[in-house]
Design a protein around this ligand. Sequence first.
Ligand code: NAP
Ligand code: MG
Length: 404
Amino acid sequence: MAKIAMKNPIVEMDGDEMTRVLWQWIKEDLILPYVDLKTEYYDLGLVNRDKTDDKVTSDAANANKKYKVGVKCATITPNAQRVEEYKLKQMWKSPNGTIRRILDGTVFRAPILAKGITPYIPGWKKPIVLARHAYGDVYSGVETRTRQGEKAYLVVEDEQGNVREKLLIQDFKNSDGIVQSVHNLDKSIESFARSCFNYALDVKMPLWFATKDTISKKYDHHFKDIFAEIFEREYKEKFAAAGIEYMYTLIDDAVARVVRSEGGILWACKNYDGDVMSDMVATAYGSLGLMTSVLVSPDGNYEFEAAHGTVTRHYYKHLKGEETSTNSVATIFAWTGALAKRGELDDIPALVEFAKKLERATVQTIEEGEMTGDLISLFHADGITPKKLSSREFLLAVKKRLEA
Ligand code: NAP
Ligand code: MG
């Protein structure tokens, strides 16, 4: 059988530990035999990031901007212990953070559904995709303790240092206390909004956005207004043509509606809501090993990855020559996401079709009772006793179905 030809490359970002091992096997077993794979390879493994003074990470992100489509393996974000372990020159920043800053994107996370793996919320029949704004709010907040008798103000100065506004936050006359200030940028909120609208059109899902604008009449209300203005101006007609809706509501109402829904929604969340709700949604659907993640930028760059880390504990077993049973599904889906997007942008239907077939073969393998250890206790299907496979055996079980 002739291999599928590609036109433009995918930016391939290799990573660390167990996921680096899976990366190689996925390519060998499931991609290279069928696709004449064209990639521009960047080794984001910690050893090479250190060797290149982390230049490889920004080079990869810039290549992702150039070629539009990238796929990234999980990488170590170094801490003090990793600096010691890898004898690093310095504690390099999170590669995901660096890539996000360069691409200016929003992170979309979606569960991979398989029959037999039942969500903890049984009404959820379709995926709920979560879009998390990844800039500002409490993540770049400024906070301090205050003492009884002090007053705290919010002060805004112009470029010359003249006070334009001074608002009393609280007179702490009766008690010690705490204060916090947060900010966001119109530019960042605008790009968040466009990423969400574009993604909704891409996957043809209705978009829900929610904040607490009844309480936060300036801050959260501004998010609401920016979304509304951009929708009216740029997306209303496109949404109508695609037959999907944009709905704004309050965050507490959104939570209640999401739980009652059958899924099939793109849920846009402010940074903190997205942090909390993505863990809730991922857990409720079953496992982090069944969660895809894609960074989408407003100018149409896509970076696909798995939502989990490098699975360090399994890697050390692997190094000792012991058998591992690490879930490769999210990493396979990172590859299929990138291949399908490449096929779509370059007008190669066979590549899109191949990616869909590989996804179906992967899900089918689980549905037929063959899976990695993390899924065994989650699997319930009449007449099927789930069978635990090793990391490599699972990939070969997928390959068998792909070829059939
Ligand atoms: P992790 O790699 O996600 O693993 C935490 C635990 O979750 C594992 O020990 C394993 O549990 C389970 N698990 C996660 N993914 C799994 C999979 N695919 N198959 C089976 N089990 C899976 O998180 P971590 O241990 O906190 O972090 C390890 C390294 O990953 C860190 O250096 C961190 O910086 C990095 N990290 C990278 C990314 C990224 O690049 N996107 C994201 C998060 C973390 P059991 O041990 O119980 O089997
Ligand atoms: Mg979280």
